[in-house]
Design a protein around this ligand. Structure first.
Ligand code: HEC
Length: 102
């Protein structure tokens, strides 16, 4: 019996799982990017805005007042920035009261 369902390991260096990346954001930006605290929510923002913000943090001259995002996104490549922007843009900004069991 062959162990099916295993992905070929490290076949493509650019392969990544956006949900794994996005999970690292949840520590600060809240589950699914809906922040309960003072850190801005990022869920439901337009994809182009999110991508622009992330690219600004990644640049050599991050926006004034940046404390941590520059370090967090420094090593992301274009595909990862795009995927994260798309991911959070696709999430509704406000969580429906009940129906959020996915
Ligand atoms: C350690 C906490 C922390 C983590 C983890 C984190 N962020 Fe942030 N994020 C911040 C803070 C704080 C700011 C405000 C800018 C700053 O101080 O760097 C911010 C700002 C942002 C903004 C701009 C929001 C605005 O309205 O200006 C975006 C977009 C963003 N983060 C996306 C992400 C994404 C995507 C991830 C995951 C890859 C992530 N962040 C992970 C703390 C965090």
């Amino acid at each position: 019996m062959i162990a099916s369902g295993l992905l070929p390991a490290a076949a493509e260096p650019s392969t990544f799982d956006v949900t794994v990346l996005a999970a690292t954001c949840a520590n600060c930006h809240g589950t699914d990017g809906r922040s309960p605290g003072s850190i801005p929510s990022i869920a439901g923002r337009p994809e182009t805005i999110l991508a622009a913000q992330l690219n600004a943090y990644r640049s050599d001259t991050p926006p004034a007042g940046t404390t941590i995002m520059n370090r967090l996104v420094k090593n992301f490549d274009d595909a990862q920035i795009e995927a994260l922007a798309r991911h959070f843009a696709s999430i509704k900004a406000t969580q429906p009261k009940e129906a959020a069991s996915k």
